[in-house]
Design a protein around this ligand. Structure first.
Ligand SMILES: *[C@@H]1O[C@H](CO)[C@@H](O)[C@H](O)[C@H]1NC(C)=O
Ligand SMILES: *[C@@H]1O[C@H](CO)[C@@H](O)[C@H](O)[C@H]1NC(C)=O
Ligand SMILES: *[C@@H]1O[C@H](CO)[C@@H](O)[C@H](O)[C@H]1NC(C)=O
Ligand SMILES: *[C@@H]1O[C@H](CO)[C@@H](O)[C@H](O)[C@H]1NC(C)=O
Ligand SMILES: [Zn+2]
Length: 496
């Protein structure tokens, strides 16, 4: 028996007797501080052996009534059979032991790109925190069962692409431990903004790599990972530069506090927490961690990620799971919906061609850039409501545009139409517009030989031709622009 397993027993014991178990997101540091009374160490010294035996017995039933990894795989496959027209299943990779990391996507057009925000839920990051994976299966089933009658289910399916990874750590789950099969804590395995926790891609765990590759393919607007051992919605930053514990706000502190509050206030009693004001916390104010998935999402994947602690008890008896689901149901649904129901949304277009421009959205005073989608140039900028914002759209080769808006509680739509930087956009017009303007160049060359004899007449013809061409181009651009905009859903005010 090694120190590691002793600690695990200790932690498990703590998680069942403390009001909240602090080890869920982080661990060591906080456990030490919570055992600063000496109680934990003392308890272990005195009753270590007895505990171990008791734990062994408990271990046998720990997951009784929970879905096994096989059950989970079958549940997901059944789900896509039953709800085939609004879902698909895909794998983002495999665990150390070769278990596929299955994701279900729920949308009215699963697998298709749309000018809509995407949201992801990840459960079971820590193998010994299985409540999340159970909740996520229930969430998927609830949406399927209530679509399209329930307005919230309909909204989510129609307006959002929801991706659910119920278990990021199936090996840890089957081993009933926090880390993966290599004993690595996956929520410490991501590149960190301050400390090189593990900056070797090759040295990273397969589960971590799977997530990182996934986020290269899909642009998520927001997400949450589900943990157990406490009851709180945690938001960035998770770590401080000097490793000390204090409130360390990220540039989007307002938006994050808002999103975390959407969760806690929709929950049965998370917002009533005595430990955390409003049931939310800045990660570093709780305890700093490094190499976590949350901060990495925000910094590297343009995704606003929360870390949700959904149950004080890491292994509640399975018969309590339906109640825990009821407690979290509205929160989980409202958080997904908030990526389309709040914030600023729109698309960026070229004034010259009418085509979508995959540019950038910036907010004055917030040092963070949101990228528009590659295909539709749709952007989804989450922000705290009830404030004024100066919104700027940029794209290389185009003049930036800025507009000031007052964001209400509901989402707001703002499209941007950017002018090319080149004056009158001659080159832009030719290259981006399918019209026949390009022939005028060669036309001029042909005319060159006749230049001397009928100079004036040809000059006039060329000028008139050019003029007609530009007119045609403009009309086509406008037309194509209208057509593009119509694909973008409801009409929105445009900053032209
Ligand atoms: C527990 O207590 C022993 C002495 O009783 C001490 O050597 C050890 O460092 C303590 N461990 C922790 C984790 O506090
Ligand atoms: C999926 O099927 C259900 C039930 O047949 C139907 O009500 C719904 O409109 C379908 N949804 C889509 C997106 O086709
Ligand atoms: C929330 O409700 C659960 C179940 O009734 C209870 O165990 C827990 O202590 C409550 N937490 C808070 C913060 O009120
Ligand atoms: C903005 O954030 C970047 C990192 O994303 C940082 O390098 C830069 O110094 C920040 N700028 C300001 C003005 O804070
Ligand atoms: Zn955890």
């Amino acid at each position: 028996m090694n120190i590691g397993s002793l600690w695990q027993i200790l932690l498990l014991m703590l998680s069942s007797c403390l009001p909240y178990a602090v080890e869920s997101r982080g661990g060591e540091k906080n456990i030490l501080s919570s055992s600063s009374t000496g109680l934990a160490n003392l308890t272990y010294v005195r009753t270590g052996k007895r505990l171990l035996e008791a734990q062994h017995e408990k271990k046998i039933d720990l997951a009784k009534g929970y879905l096994t990894n096989n059950d989970l795989e079958n549940a997901l496959k059944d789900f896509t059979q039953r709800c085939g027209n609004i879902s698909r299943i895909y794998s983002i990779g495999k665990s150390v032991k070769g278990v596929p990391l299955w994701v279900i996507e729920i949308s009215d057009k699963p697998g298709e790109e749309e000018a809509e925000p995407a949201f992801k839920y990840i459960g079971n990051v820590h193998g010994d925190e299985p409540v999340g994976r159970e909740l996520l299966v229930r969430l998927a089933n609830w949406i399927c069962d209530n679509y399209p009658e329930d307005p919230l289910a309909a909204f989510i399916v129609d307006k959002v692409h929801l991706h659910i990874l119920p278990s990021m750590n199936p090996d840890g789950f089957s081993l009933r431990k926090r880390g993966n099969a290599n004993d690595i804590d996956l929520n410490r395995d991501f590149p960190d903004q301050f400390f090189p926790v593990n900056n070797e891609m090759s040295g990273r765990q397969p589960e971590t790599r799977a997530i990182m590759n996934w986020l290269r393919k899909i642009q998520f607007t927001a997400s949450a990972s589900l943990h157990g051992g406490a009851l709180v919605a945690n938001y960035p930053w998770d770590g401080t530069e000097d490793k000390r514990r204090y409130y360390f706000p990220c540039p989007d502190d307002g938006a994050f506090h808002f999103l975390a509050s959407v969760y806690s206030h929709s929950h049965h009693n998370m917002s009533l927490s005595k430990e955390f004001e409003g049931g939310v916390t800045n990660g570093a104010a709780w305890y700093p961690i490094y190499g976590g998935m949350q901060d990495w999402n925000y910094i590297h994947a343009g995704c606003f990620e929360l870390t949700l602690e959904v149950s004080d008890n890491k292994w509640p008896p399975a018969n309590e799971l339906p109640t825990i689901w009821e407690y979290n149901k509205k929160s989980m649904l409202n958080l997904i919906a908030s990526v389309a129901k709040t914030g600023i949304h729109g698309r960026i277009f070229s004034a010259a061609s009418g085509r979508p421009l995959p540019g950038y959205i910036m907010i004055k005073g917030i040092n963070y850039t949101v990228k528009a989608g590659r295909t539709f140039a749709d952007y989804h900028r989450l922000l705290a409501p009830l404030e004024n914002y100066e919104v700027m759209a940029t794209m290389t080769g185009y003049k930036s545009k800025t507009t000031t808006i007052k964001l209400e509680k509901e989402a707001m739509g703002v499209d941007f139409i950017l002018d090319p930087e080149v004056p009158n956009g001659e080159n832009q017009l030719e290259s981006e517009c399918d019209c026949t303007c390009t022939t005028s160049k060669s036309g001029l060359q042909v005319m060159g030989s006749l230049w001397t004899t009928h100079m004036e007449a040809y000059f006039l013809v060329v000028v008139v031709l050019g003029f007609v061409c530009i007119l045609l181009c403009r009309r086509r651009a406008r037309f194509s622009f209208l057509r593009h905009r119509q694909q973008g859903g409801p009409k929105r005010p445009a900053v032209a």
